[in-house]
Ligand binder design. Sequence first.
Ligand code: 3HC
Length: 325
Amino acid sequence: MRSKGQIEHDETDVADPRELEFQALIDSDQRIEPRDWMPDGYRKSLIRQIAQHAHSEIVGMQPEGNWITRAPSLRRKAILMAKVQDEAGHGLYLYCAAETLGVDRSELIDLLDQGRQKYSSIFNYPTLTWADVGAIGWLVDGAAITNQIPLCRCSFGPYARAMVRVCKEESFHQRQGFESLYALSHGTTEQHAMAQDAVNRWWWPSVEMLGPPDTESTHSAQSMAWGIKRFSNDELRQRFIDMVAPQAVVLGLTPPDPELRWNEERGHYDFGKPDFEELRRVVGGDGPCNRQRAAHHLKAQEDGAWVRAAAAAYATKHPAASAAA
Ligand code: 3HC
């Protein structure tokens, strides 16, 4: 016969078989699907990250959308329109992926508009000249794909699958940014100066957008154990610098980091310390454009309410036609 202590001990030791099955799937690099049991923390962490990611895609349309009417040629305008449209599509895939976890996208959008969910710090910086569109493509989309390629192997199936398509489009975005900046950098003296100025302003915010340093990252350890994140913030930051530093040479532009240099011994570029205090401030709501971005998003939501209501009314009236669409 077992003592009370033994019973208590045995009971706490017996893991939930569903938890074991879940961990076995993660450990064997299988995907968790929406129908599978998952710990509450895993579900919550995914909703948090996917929602933040979706919001970033949508708010991220604002800084570049600002230049659609002022693009310097029809070709550049067509490319920029397609790119901004791609970002809207990425937001939709991501809201759909979040919905498989049992939340509704309208709840997530409300949380964003109430300031209770975040979007990426990077979209709180202004686009002052046409060269900023090139710098965003090269640096911001460059940092975004460095972070997102590993997410194609994220343990949650719908998020990983959404990322495959997103990454294909993002890599096109990065190339178009590079090409646009290259044209400016190799143009007139004024164009070169405009490209350099854009790189001076976008370099550090792009390095910082990969998140706080590992020592201050609250979610990394658990997200990595769950196979949501495959690399830490600092590992991705190093990968990003290693990718863009040699590209800057081809562009003929100088990153605003006097400490940037190849380290033969490490097989990586050394770089200066990002201003994580600034990242904290911008994430906390005090960046150059936080208020403007939030107000614009809220206004677009309100202005579009009648369209959503009309679409919902149509879907109720004609369910077959709506399902086919
Ligand atoms: N901007 C805003 N918030 C940030 C941030 C940033 N650049 N970096 C970190 N944070 C927040 C985190 O969300 C977390 O806050 P929370 O607890 O309130 O959610 C806090 O700072 C601590 O950071 P952690 O490192 O602990 O957070 P994560 O482990 O989640 O890592 C991340 C942060 C690397 C951004 C990760 O969430 C991630 O990989 N997300 C998916 C990709 C994504 O959202 N990218 C945004 C850019 S998308 C884009 O750029 C669109 C493209 O079209 C250009």
